[in-house]
Design a protein around this ligand. Structure first.
Ligand code: CAA
Length: 257
């Protein structure tokens, strides 16, 4: 594993730290490939029930690496499938991923945070899509996920003016699940991740898949998907255990099956 990406295991939680502080964690191929490899590892590890992606106190990530891509031409970007080739590993993992964001989450950094299942923000977090200043546009989902997260008006405002949004505004707009004092961000995020990882993994995956369906389908299709998955949950031993434990007034012992 490359040192620009550091992994740690905290109980049943896999932690991925982006570690390029000298470039405010700008996302080059080495970093994005490293994140992908870390996710592959945690996905394959049966002990892991939830993943946390974080940066450092100054930056989650200040965007795609500008120096790395400044001389790309169209054919290079197209042939190498820039962004799609490696960034989207985050959205394909079936285990939940929480982005713990302190400091800058700009451009590709904001987009990467939005690829995660939820964002916990330090009170120092700053979100934005400032690509327009560089003579380009968001290319890792910013024009699509931001309107779904914060609505069209604010998404237009951020993408067209390049202004940054602080944690309070991001939470009010619905982009952020929780705001946490910066010094407690990682501990609190790991605690929430441990809570998730303590539940039945197949149920966690079913819920993640079902909530994501809300963004990919009509309400009726989404409801049908949810109902069918809910019905299938009656096939789980963990469902029998969870409901029996409630009735018997004891803690359930989930076995992920
Ligand atoms: N790419 C490469 N290097 C970056 C970077 C980036 N996105 N963001 C910051 N850095 C580097 C700086 O070049 C600088 O390096 P040196 O010390 O070697 O000069 C170092 O990180 C520290 O940055 P600053 O000195 O600029 O720090 P600051 O506190 O004065 O400003 C900032 C912070 C406002 C975040 C500023 O760094 C900045 O505007 N960064 C660029 C943000 C941006 O435009 N992001 C979008 C990138 S394009 C994209 O992401 C496309 C996409 O959708 C996929």
């Amino acid at each position: 594993m490359s040192k620009v990406v550091i992994t740690e295991v905290h109980g049943k939680v896999g932690l991925i730290r982006i570690n390029r502080p000298e470039a405010l964690n700008a996302l080059n191929n080495e970093v994005v490939d490293g994140i992908g490899a870390a996710i592959d590892g945690f996905e394959a590890d049966e002990n892991i029930g939830c993943i946390v992606l974080t940066g450092n106190e100054k930056a989650f990530a200040a965007g795609a690496d500008i120096g790395f891509m400044k001389d790309f031409d169209y054919m290079h970007a197209y042939k190498t499938d820039f962004i799609t080739r490696n960034w989207e590993r985050i959205k394909t993992t079936r285990k939940p991923v929480i982005a713990a964001v302190a400091g800058f989450a700009l451009g590709g950094g904001c987009e990467m945070a939005m690829m995660c299942d939820m964002i916990f923000a330090a009170d120092t977090a700053k979100f934005g899509q400032p690509e327009i200043r560089l003579g380009t546009m968001p290319g890792a989902g910013g024009t699509q996920r931001l309107p779904r997260g914060v609505g069209k008006a604010k998404a237009m405002d951020l993408c067209l003016t390049a202004r940054m949004m602080d944690a309070a505004e991001a939470e009010k707009a619905g982009l952020v699940a929780r705001i946490i004092p910066a010094e407690q961000l990682l501990d609190e995020t790991l605690k929430a991740a441990a809570t998730i990882a303590g539940f039945s993994l197949p149920v966690v995956m079913m819920i993640k898949e079902s909530v994501n369906r809300a963004f990919e389908s009509s309400l009726n299709e989404g409801l049908l998907f949810e109902r069918r998955v809910f019905h299938s949950a009656f096939a789980l031993e963990d469902q029998k255990e969870g409901m029996a434990a409630f009735v018997e007034k004891r803690k359930p012992a989930f076995r992920n099956c």
